[in-house]
Design a protein around this ligand. Structure first.
Ligand code: URA
Length: 435
């Protein structure tokens, strides 16, 4: 078999057999097939697509390209959550402790941010002392003891995705439904939980730009998961504007802490309550969505969700003083208000532009080697549907960068907003639940 023939076969729109996909994935992981051929294959898939059978085979072969986790020694129904990426998405930091406080076993392997999207690991690392590099045994012990751990994926899990995702990121091939489905599901399946909740984001700040594409991706992933005996469900969520008000690592952790006290922004709370209620049904803790929601409201009100987060941070070596007193988090040297130049309502707030700007202010990385300024980012004040008067603050830039960068980003961020004189409804974040 030759890789070039498989590329040509896909380029001509034909389906690859399991043996052919195995040749590609195994050869790539072993270093026998070069990046340039895999790039060409990914581009052919982006244009020609894959059949459902091809995606299932690709997912399965990627999942088994390295070690898989055996969580069978853990108590209870193990649940995991994955978002297809967004801006201001700190959901896992809130939803995880919430469902764990209700008795679910939340065992999550997370990733880092790349491009305009943030990653849960980077956010967690803004808590001084906290370690996301936890051995398999410690991970299992922590989950058994506390019902929650959020840690980094080990190098040995799904090496095929690690290589392929980095390659897709620099070859314009991220936005392919079969490749996203196989990437997400291979990781979730290898992580070994019994149930998976997928948050499929859509809109300007997401890889899926419209609801039809997002629905196709969500249904495909739900089918793959359920086909492999994992209770898999999905929420479709809006990512046209950022989620919540905070964008940037420490800023988002502070917002997550506020949310765990019940003081989070409405859209973030909506996603956590609805996603969490689905998870509690999956974990067989709640008999219905409504019962799940009521349980989640209770653990926010009585403080046990917050308490769970504090315990998780402590177990992973983090300094809990920062969680108990979030004003201790380091603040950027420059906090610059962006001022409205006209009256009206916010019509649009481009999540992609805000995400990219936050990165340039120091809050993200362009390559995996870049270091992040944990204090940098953007605090939104006005979002879609808010009324604005000339002179109002729209948002604040938080940065340690030069005045030139501030000037440039102030313009970009202002242009990420658009206004109208007419009343605009606020965004509803959860658009559909697929099960
Ligand atoms: N998230 C992933 O893990 N993989 C993708 O391909 C896209 C989003």
């Amino acid at each position: 078999m030759r890789m070039v023939d498989l590329i040509i076969k896909k380029r001509e729109g034909h389906a690859l057999t399991r043996e052919e996909i195995a040749f590609w994935i195994n050869g790539y992981v072993k270093g026998e097939i070069p990046d340039y051929q895999v790039s060409a294959m990914n581009m052919a898939i982006l244009f020609k697509g894959m059949t459902e059978e091809e995606v299932i085979n690709l997912t399965d072969l990627m999942e088994h390209s390295g070690e898989t986790l055996d969580l069978s020694n853990l108590k209870g129904v193990k649940v995991d959550k994955h978002s297809t990426g967004g801006v201001g998405d700190k959901t896992s930091l809130v939803l995880g402790p919430m469902v764990a406080a209700c008795g679910a076993t939340f065992a999550k392997l997370s990733g880092r941010g790349l491009g305009h999207t943030g990653g849960t690991l980077d956010k967690l690392e803004s808590i001084p002392g906290l370690s996301i590099q936890v051995s398999g045994d410690r991970f299992i012990n922590q989950v058994n003891e506390l019902g929650i751990a959020i840690v980094g994926q080990t190098q040995s899990l799904v090496p095929a995705d690690k290589k392929m995702y980095a390659l897709r990121d620099v070859t314009g091939t991220v936005e392919s439904i079969p490749l996203i489905a196989a990437s997400v599901m291979s990781k979730k399946l290898a992580a070994g939980t019994d149930a998976i909740l997928l948050d499929v984001t859509l809109g300007k700040g997401a890889f899926m730009k419209d609801i039809n594409q997002a629905r196709i991706l969500a249904r495909l992933m739900v089918k793959i998961g359920n086909g492999l005996k994992r209770d898999t469900r999905a929420v479709l969520s809006d990512m046209n504007e950022p989620l919540g008000l905070a964008v940037g690592n420490a800023l988002e952790v502070k917002e997550a802490i506020a949310a765990l006290h019940g003081n989070g922004p409405e859209d973030l709370m909506e996603l956590c309550y609805k996603g969490g209620a689905v998870m509690l049904e999956q974990a067989k803790i709640a008999k219905s969505f409504e019962e799940g929601k009521a349980m989640l409201e209770k653990v926010i009100k009585d403080g046990s969700a917050f308490e769970k987060f504090v315990k998780m941070v402590k177990a992973q070596g983090g300094d809990t003083e920062y969680i108990l007193h979030p004003e201790k988090f380091e603040v950027a040297s420059k906090i610059v208000p962006i001022i409205a130049k006209e009256d009206g309502y916010v019509k649009e707030l481009d999540a992609l532009e805000i995400g990219l700007s936050s990165c340039r202010l120091g809050g993200g990385r362009e390559t995996l080697e870049d270091t992040i300024d944990m204090s940098a980012g953007i605090m939104l004040v006005k979002k879609i549907g808010d009324q604005v008067k000339k002179g109002d603050v729209l948002c604040y830039l938080h940065t340690n960068k030069s005045d030139d960068v501030v000037k440039q980003e102030a313009e970009t961020v202002y242009n990420a907003y658009s206004f109208t004189k007419d009343f605009v409804n606020k965004t509803q974040v959860v658009l559909e639940i697929i099960q």
